[in-house]
Write a protein that binds this ligand. Structure first.
Ligand code: C2E
Ligand code: MG
Ligand code: MG
Length: 532
């Protein structure tokens, strides 16, 4: 990873040979003119030799001009042809040329060499263009084209098809080797300069693979299939995805989601579900997490992983997050109005908000509008978002905290290099991921790791909650090591607000009306008591 070239250090395209050709043209016209004029001066006169010389000079001059004209026309034609065959931004061959050449190659080989069509694109290229400017975006495309060019073996082709989309025709050995090669491209892709010299933006190259089985298939169709696989990779946030028959089906579903999501929001098809959180010390209710569900008119109740990847890709997630945030504000307001004892509710925030400077003012105005304190709202941000843009995250967290919101790092233990971040970023809560819990409780070593993480959180004055608790033994273990809070099917599944109010809040009221949250640990709010 470290030896990735920086974009700045990459060569720009060499100045084209256009200037050279023009210079040659001018020199030849001048030379011909001079050669034709000299005899005019020498031989011009009334003698027949003089007249002959004059006529010959004129012929030479006209011939030179005609040559220049033909030369310039053929050069223009070559440029037009070149533009058809070459991509001016990346310097690769054009998509049209790629289709021709790949078609010819496949016909020639008649299936004797196993091959794949690969579609590769850059993660969040639009954001890169917006943040770094189009010139830097073009540099990046050229840089990637250099990398692809280096990686190609004999009889392999690539081109930039459009925007940040590249298509490759590669030889296919084994799946593992191909993935290794594609990862190699990703690792060698240039970095973009960061805000400081030491930090730089890692560009993520994602690929979709179509294994060519039907050699009579049109090359364009093969490339489209690779593109479908690439979109599948984008939706599932994978580096590489292979095309299969269900890819097309999921692509159609995906399109259906994309075309109906705005309408669904207008029609209030997105529902707020709440999953309770409990203090492990006495099993008392201490909060809830807001989780979105889509009540789809044709497909029933959809879970987040069926639609959130599309929302992330399209940026629609920003609207959904704000919608959920507002639903939570309205729900807390209603609880306060009817005299319920309320507790903090956490709302998930997508990483897409990182560059949204308007987010915190909007959240603040919503809590003001509903007349509830910010301390009743916690924002959950997944661990991986911290890795994406640490500086952007620090800015956003500082703003959120200044306004009085609590912030949790969600899915802790699924990413990496976060220990360093914990040192610098002012978080209120560490939320251990279900996967981390499942893995850790398996072995003695794992149990030590989770115990240390819990005590580290405590030393950092952070709350710690473990999610995805499913079994009694997990619950007892976490309780024993002093994990402060728990959430999971062991206690309750996420519930509609109505079910939450009857089953969970009803129980809590009867359990302990004076319940105090977080009162044995320093940190955010205690229960907010309504003014009734
Ligand atoms: P998350 O924020 O980590 O939420 C916890 C997920 O774990 C929820 O899945 C919850 O139903 C599930 N879960 C809780 N306890 C258990 C358990 O004991 N066993 C198992 N197997 N699962 C458990 P859900 O509701 O499907 O949400 C998945 C993810 O989608 C969430 O993970 C969150 O990252 C995202 N998400 C959900 N709602 C929103 C939202 O409104 N905005 C954003 N940006 N993301 C959301
Ligand atoms: Mg969460
Ligand atoms: Mg989580």
């Amino acid at each position: 990873m470290e030896d990735r070239p920086h974009l700045k250090s990459m060569d720009r395209n060499r100045p084209g040979d256009r200037k050279g050709v023009m210079a040659l043209l001018i020199v030849s016209v001048v030379a011909c003119t001079v050669l034709s004029i000299i005899p005019i001066f020498i031989l011009h006169g009334s003698t027949s030799a003089g007249r002959f010389g004059f006529a010959a000079s004129c012929v030479v001059l006209l011939a030179a001009l005609a040559c220049a004209l033909v030369f310039s026309l053929s050069h223009q034609l070559r440029r037009v042809e070149d533009a058809r065959l070459r991509d001016p931004v990346s310097g690769s061959i054009s998509y049209a040329a790629f289709l021709d050449m790949a078609g010819n190659l496949l016909i020639k080989e008649k299936g004797s060499i196993p091959r794949v069509m690969v579609h590769a694109d850059l993660d969040r290229f639009k954001l890169i263009n917006d943040s770094f400017g189009y010139l830097m975006g073009d540099e990046l495309l050229r840089g990637l084209a250099h990398v692809l060019d280096d990686q190609l073996e004999s009889d392999e082709l690539f081109c930039r098809a459009y925007a940040d989309h590249f298509v490759l025709l590669l030889k296919y050995d084994t799946k593992e080797y191909l993935i290794e090669r594609l990862n190699g491209i990703h690792e060698r892709c240039p970095r973009l300069p960061g805000r400081t010299t030491s930090d730089s933006w890692l560009v993520f190259v994602r690929s979709g693979v179509y294994e060519i089985k039907d050699w009579s298939m049109d090359v364009r169709t093969m490339a489209e299939r690779a593109n479908i696989a690439c979109q599948k990779a984008a939706n599932s946030r994978q580096a590489v995805s292979f095309y299969n028959e269900s890819s097309l089906q999921s692509m159609l579903l995906e399109q259906n989601i994309e075309t109906s999501m705005e309408h669904a929001l207008d029609k209030h098809q997105f529902l707020l579900y709440l999953q309770p959180k409990y203090l492990l010390v006495d099993d008392s209710l201490c909060g809830a997490e807001a989780l979105v569900r889509w009540h789809h008119p044709d497909r029933g109740l959809l879970l987040p992983d069926q639609f959130l990847p599309t929302f992330e890709r399209t940026g629609f997630i920003r609207k959904i997050d704000l919608y959920m945030f507002e639903q939570v504000c309205a729900t807390i307001r209603r609880w306060l109005d009817v005299g319920e004892t309320v507790f903090p509710v956490s709302v998930n925030l997508s990483r897409s908000h990182l560059d949204d400077f308007n987010l915190v003012p909007v959240l603040t105005s919503l809590v003001k509008y509903y007349g509830i304190p910010c301390s009743l709202l916690e924002l959950e941000i997944t661990e991986n978002s911290f890795r994406d843009d640490e500086q952007g995250m620090l800015r956003m967290l500082t703003e959120l905290k200044t306004e009085g919101f609590a912030v949790a790092m969600d899915d802790f233990g699924t990413g990496y290099s976060t220990l360093n971040i914990l040192k610098d970023i002012p978080l209120d809560t560490l939320k251990l991921d279900k996967g981390f819990l499942d893995e850790c409780v398996e072995s003695e070593r794992g149990r030590s790791v989770i115990t240390d993480v819990v005590s580290m959180a405590r030393h950092l004055n952070m709350h710690v909650i473990c999610e995805g608790i499913e079994t009694e033994s997990q619950y007892l273990f976490l309780k024993r090591i002093g994990c402060e809070m728990g959430q999971g099917f062991f206690f309750s599944k996420p519930l509609s607000v109505a079910d939450f109010e009857t089953t969970v809040m009803g129980t809590a009221r009867s359990m302990d009306p004076q319940l105090k949250m977080f009162d044995y640990m320093p940190g955010p709010s205690s229960f907010f008591q309504p003014n009734v």
